[in-house]
Ligand binder design. Structure first.
Ligand code: ADP
Length: 560
């Protein structure tokens, strides 16, 4: 049973049965197929050694970390990759491992064959057979500084995300992003945006020293870089959408990208040593770039920093895209509100004229009219009033959308408020042969609110209740609940399905679409009612059962 006594994990080792108690190392036969893939692709450094620390196999990442080709790992002693002073200590620890059943983690200075020494953590797990004998040792090696870098990078990216999410003003977000980058990952940072006209606009410039920051700003005045200049590194990144990394910029670089004397002077004073330019993209389109450079710190950028910069650009690009979409949507919404407001206003003027003339005729100011004509004039008036209500509704909606609706709070008697809404609705209720039941607190119970807005909310809800009920009763209840005043409008009408209930407060939304509708309306009543309620610090909620009826509950603060 070669495999059965070994834990079922990725480092499976096939051990032959022990021929003698001292068979130890020679019996450790590793089966490459079981872990080859993992070793090839694992990003972590894994090793398998025998009990004396001789390497039997290792992942590519381990070979890279120890500075040797993968095949050269085998049969080398792990101790030889440690600092000379630590080797004896390591050998001592190894013997203690033989009987250990838990994982042990040690910190050692690791000396790769190729490359600079680094502080590493070695985590060892002894693999035993059920009879307790040792099969081998499993190792994970980490470069602590690299891990520390990773933690720092994650922290940095987290901060950047928060900065970008915290504002709708993406220029502000990008400025914060540049400020975070300096000095954490750059000595200076520039962010450029491609404008719709194709011009490159510098939207943010931050440097570790104010002198350099001043120079960066001056570059923007000097229109550097020029998007049309083929020598411009930034323009190339913007054109190709590919990031660039210059680990070490030659001093003559400045002269190779510009011939303009003042720009040259500034570039030479900035003295970039290492440079990364990453594109900012939104839905695949390059919309700008982040340039990170080191100078006085002498720091040299590598793949690690490039990856970090790309992550940063990903977040920056998404933030710009979101902010731009938000801006476009807001503009469109404002345009719609302005259009509605203008239209409604234009409709109100001729409507007033129609009212006026109908009234003149009705009151026989310009001559006698008979009973039939009077009745018809009454219909003109009723239709005009209805039209005016619709126009008023659209106007209120437009004002709410453009945040122009003002609140005029006053001391309101709840019973009076309920009464004033019912007076307006009663004719409609009677006309449809319905019953209206009203329960209001006694006179003297008051609330602090905007009277006409509150009345409009109740009228909208009562109007709907009447519109969508053919038989039965409409009920309006007003009551106090703690510090709140609660109004409930209940009907015995057609009801609203669960799915539709999620949309009834959306503007212009109607269960039955206009072509098939039997009743009129703009689809704004509930939206306006809820927006008004929220403006007054309350809310409107709905519950309903199809075929049985609906209940709309208005919860308002300000009960006295
Ligand atoms: P409108 O009444 O002008 O169509 P609203 O915003 O007031 O617009 O209502 C949106 C939709 O919600 C209505 O078209 C209707 O389909 C549904 N609705 C609203 N109130 C009721 C109700 N009491 N009973 C049944 N359906 C209702």
């Amino acid at each position: 049973m070669p495999d059965a006594d070994f834990p079922r994990d990725v480092f499976r080792v096939t051990a032959e049965p022990r021929s003698s108690p001292s068979a130890g190392v020679s019996e450790l036969h590793l089966r490459p197929s079981a872990y080859r893939e993992l070793f090839e692709y694992a990003s972590d450094a894994y090793l398998i050694t025998d009990e004396s620390g001789v390497i039997r196999a290792g992942s590519q990442a381990a070979a890279a970390l120890l500075g040797v080709p993968c095949h050269a790992l085998e049969d080398s002693s792990l101790a030889l990759f440690l600092d000379r002073d630590a080797q004896r200590d390591f050998i001592g620890k190894l013997s203690a491992l033989r009987n250990a059943h838990a994982r042990s983690r040690w910190l050692f200075r690791i000396c790769p064959r190729n490359g600079a020494p680094f502080d590493g953590s070695l985590t060892a797990t002894a693999v035993h057979r059920p009879d307790g004998s040792l099969v081998g040792l499993r190792w994970e090696i980490h470069d602590i500084a690299a891990e520390h870098h990773l933690e720092e990078a994650q922290h940095f990216l987290g901060e950047a995300s928060r900065a970008l999410a915290g504002t709708h003003d993406y220029y502000e977000g990008l400025a914060t992003l540049a400020q975070l980058a300096v000095p954490q990952i750059a000595d200076y940072c520039l962010i450029h945006e491609v404008e719709e006209s194709g011009h490159i606009k510098q939207v943010s410039a931050t440097a570790a020293s104010s002198e350099k920051e001043f120079m960066l700003r001056e570059l923007a005045q000097l229109k550097f870089p020029d998007p049309a200049d083929p020598r411009s590194l930034l323009a190339n990144v913007l054109r190709t959408g590919e990031p660039v990394l210059f680990e070490a910029l030659p001093p003559e670089m400045a002269a190779s990208v510009t011939a303009e004397p003042r720009v040259l002077e500034i570039l030479e004073a900035l003295a970039p040593k290492s440079l990364i330019i990453v594109p900012l993209k939104a839905r695949g389109v390059t919309i700008g770039a982040i340039s990170l450079a080191t100078s006085e710190s002498g720091r040299v950028y590598g793949e690690h920093e490039l990856e970090l910069a790309e992550e940063l650009a990903l977040r920056g690009g998404m933030a710009i895209d979101n902010a731009r979409l938000h801006l476009t949507a807001e503009k469109a919404s404002l345009a719609k509100s302005n259009f509605l407001a203008a239209m409604s206003h234009e409709l109100r003027t001729p409507l007033s004229a129609i009212f006026g003339y109908a009234e003149l005729l009705h009151d026989e100011i310009v001559g006698p009219v008979n009973a039939v004509q009077k009745e018809q004039l009454g219909r003109i008036r009723a239709s005009g009033e209805h039209l005016l209500e619709l126009v008023e509704e659209i106007l209120t909606f437009a004002r709410m959308e453009s945040r122009q609706e003002r609140v005029y709070p006053e001391d309101v008697d709840v019973a009076e408020l309920v009464d004033s809404a019912c007076v307006l609705m009663e004719p409609l209720v009677l006309k449809k042969g319905l019953r209206l039941k009203v329960h209001a607190p006694d006179a003297g119970v008051r609330m602090e609110t905007d009277r006409s807005k509150m009345r409009q909310i109740l009228c909208n809800l009562l109007g709907n209740a009447v519109k969508f009920t053919d038989h039965g009763t409409i009920e309006l209840v007003a009551r106090l609940d703690g510090g709140r005043t609660v109004f409930e409008v209940t009907d015995t009408g057609i009801g609203i399905s669960r799915d539709d209930l999620d949309h009834v407060f959306d503007p212009f939304w109607q269960v039955e679409q206009s072509a098939t509708r039997r009743v009129g309306g703009t689809g704004l009543g509930l939206s306006v009612a809820r927006q008004l309620a929220r403006l007054l610090g309350g809310d409107v909620i709905a519950e309903s059962t199809v075929g049985q009826g609906s209940r709309f509950v208005v919860l308002m603060p300000g009960a006295k």
